[in-house]
Write a protein that binds this ligand. Structure first.
Ligand code: FAD
Length: 604
């Protein structure tokens, strides 16, 4: 602790907690007065309505915790304009006002956000202050994970970008560190500093009575399903650990039993740290070594880190297919289908239940998210980007890295393409065998016996009469009559897209090929025109491709094919371009030969 330490400003964003908060802890350790600040509008314009509402409640909760424990306020400062320069200026004004010398904050890892943070930190430093970002949003930082994930070696037979190499990386990286308690005290600002801060910021105590922005009444309603307080967060964790964790392995897929933790919005807003959740899910063993009570649950937190690693490595994760040739997939533009899906009026009860739960609570369990996503991309052939955008708008736990990774996978263009399609009639046998999930969210079907609840159109008239359901009047007709035809049509579209893609995008075994890393176009140019291209490896990697989607063919057949697209499209057929195409073909052949060998080794 510094003896006569100057003040520290702790800048809160998506880390709205006092426990296991490394930046706050470091500020307390420094010893000088601490001002807890958030910048109004910063980051919020990137959040959709549901999450904005959650964040506004979570800030109030943080303010209450700060007041109760330290008698200090959360201060809101308002930049004069949009943009990172104004944010940096607003923070410098706060630092100046109280004579503080240090700015501490928790790092964000989405590529754009990380760049923005670097720029702000730079401007703060140029202003003569110290600025430091701390960890805490993830178990491990993506750049640390990257060292293991991208070492160029495949981990056993695990496919690149899937959870197995991540588990391997996790083991290598070692301990996640100790969960930090809330600082025992925070030195308050002297009165005159407080008065000066009041000139540039508003205390949340004063803001309390004012409504923070006009939020949609719909989004306000969502909050009724949640307890967005520090106590609510702790209660959600404690109840899960005491009552559900032991049964997580067996029951996690049961939407009718509410067997999962529902911690995702608390994690997304930083009301709880992943380290706290991970540590709470361990149990003591003989010899004092701790191990997870449920392997699957602990791995869920690794999935979180995996998503951030994917985003770090592929900054276009949120808006462009990772399998580049998938850009040419012919998605359906049927708006009626999309709206029926969004509003939970598809006529398929499990899909409608999920989408209505999302609308009313801003949340769904994982297997129902998967069922609704699969329905959109596999049966309706509607783009994963539409799904991503709707989830982004309506989820209270929206997380751009996770949402993007999962939708890319659902849309078949992600690193870990799903190896299954979720059937909307047969899958509820395991996800909602009692029908209670559908009864809760599709109340018009509540009186139907379980036998018919997932396919009410099959119910005999007398059953429908007894359940007081008039099909088409009380509950919508199915938007697709024949699921198998719809599914086959999507499959055909996908295979057509696979066949018409440049051979460059497939291995001989039919696996999709992607750039190993997100390299600049200048690098791509250099690679493609380099005769000594082997020196560049690894530049490509093959990724898991569902068997039915593999486009196989002989090396000759596929390399002789005229490319219909190329990672570096050449507009004019100059002699250099022709030469480059030749070199590219040659490199394809070498690659394909290499992949051919790999595919032979890879028996899956
Ligand atoms: C299409 C789609 C979109 C999704 N979008 C999001 C999103 O925007 N935000 C989000 O937090 N989760 C998202 N998920 C992942 C997952 O569905 C939710 O994290 C989970 O349902 C939240 O419920 P829970 O807290 O009870 O999870 P639990 O099963 O109790 O898991 C505990 C925690 O692990 C993390 N986790 C669980 N599953 C995953 C996963 N597959 N990938 C990464 N982390 C995971 C979450 O932080 C979760 O809170 C998405 C899943 C799908 C299929």
């Amino acid at each position: 602790m510094e003896k006569t330490a100057t003040g520290t400003v702790v800048w809160f964003r998506r880390d709205l907690r006092i426990h296991d908060h490394q930046a706050l802890h470091a500020a307390w350790k420094r010893g000088g007065p601490v001002a807890c600040v958030y910048v109004q509008g910063f980051d919020e314009d990137k959040l959709a309505r549901a999450q904005q509402t959650w964040m506004s409640q979570a800030r109030k909760a943080l303010h209450r915790s700060l007041m109760q424990k330290y008698e200090t306020s959360l201060w809101c400062c308002k930049p004069s304009a949009h943009g990172y320069e104004s944010v940096a200026q607003a923070l410098k004004t706060c630092l100046d006002a109280i004579g503080a010398t240090h700015l501490f904050y928790s790092r964000r890892y989405e590529p754009d956000a990380a760049t923005e943070d670097d720029r702000i930190e730079q401007l703060i430093k140029e202003g003569g202050f110290n600025a430091r970002g701390f960890e805490g949003h993830l178990l491990f930082q993506p750049m640390e994970v990257d060292k293991w994930m991208s070492s160029g070696k495949r981990i056993g037979r695990a496919h690149y970008g899937t959870l197995l190499p991540m588990l391997h990386a996790f083991k290598q990286m070692g301990d996640i560190g100790k969960v930090l308690p809330a600082p025992p005290s925070l030195p308050c600002l002297p009165r005159d500093s407080q008065r000066k801060l009041e000139l540039v910021c508003t205390s949340m105590t004063k803001k309390k009575s004012q409504k923070e922005g006009a939020l949609a009444p719909w989004a306000d309603k969502l909050m009724q399903a949640w307890d967005v307080t520090e106590e609510g967060t702790r209660k959600a964790l404690d109840e899960f650990i005491r009552q559900k964790l032991q049964k997580y392995e067996a029951q996690r897929s049961r939407a009718d039993l509410q067997a999962v933790s529902c911690l995702s919005p608390y994690l997304a807003s930083g009301m709880i740290s992943p380290r706290t959740v991970y540590a709470a899910s361990l149990q003591g063993e003989q010899g004092g070594k701790q191990s997870p009570v449920s392997k699957t649950f602990s791995r869920r937190l690794l999935w979180r880190d995996l998503a951030y690693w994917q985003f770090y490595r592929y900054p276009h994760l949120s808006h462009k297919p990772l399998r580049a040739h998938h850009t040419s997939h012919a998605w359906s533009q049927n708006r009626e289908h999309l709206i029926a899906w969004q509003k939970g009026r598809t006529g398929f009860p499990i899909v409608d239940a999920g989408m209505r739960q999302l609308w009313h609570t801003g949340w769904m369990p994982q297997n129902i998210r998967m069922a609704t996503a699969s329905f959109l991309t596999e049966y309706l052939n509607i783009s994963w980007l539409e799904g991503l955008s709707w989830y982004r708008d309506t989820l209270v736990d929206h997380d751009l890295a996770i949402n993007s990774m999962m939708w890319q996978n659902a849309g078949r263009s992600g690193l870990d393409q799903w190896n299954f399609v979720i059937h909307p009639i047969t899958s509820p046998k395991s996800s909602d065998p009692t029908g209670e999930y559908v009864r809760t969210w599709v109340p018009e079907l509540a009186k139907l016996p379980t036998r018919w609840i997932h396919q009410p159109w099959e119910a005999p008239d007398q059953v429908l009469d007894a359940a007081q359901i008039r099909m088409e009047v009380d509950y919508p007709t199915r938007i697709i009559d024949n699921l198998e035809d719809a599914r086959n049509a999507t499959l055909k579209q996908t295979l057509d897209m696979q066949r018409s893609a440049d051979p460059f995008f497939h291995t001989v075994g039919g696996y999709d090929v992607i750039w190993f890393r997100d390299i600049s176009s200048a690098e791509k140019e250099a690679y493609l025109s380099s005769v000594d291209f082997q020196a560049w490896e690894p530049v490509f990697v093959h990724v898991f491709t569902r068997k039915e989607l593999r486009h196989a063919g002989s090396v000759e057949e596929r390399t002789q094919k005229t490319p219909t697209s190329s990672p570096v499209p050449s507009t004019k057929k100059s002699s250099t371009a022709r030469k480059r195409t030749k070199v590219q073909r040659a490199s394809n052949q070498t690659l394909l030969r290499r992949y051919y060998r790999e595919a032979q080794e890879d028996t899956e």
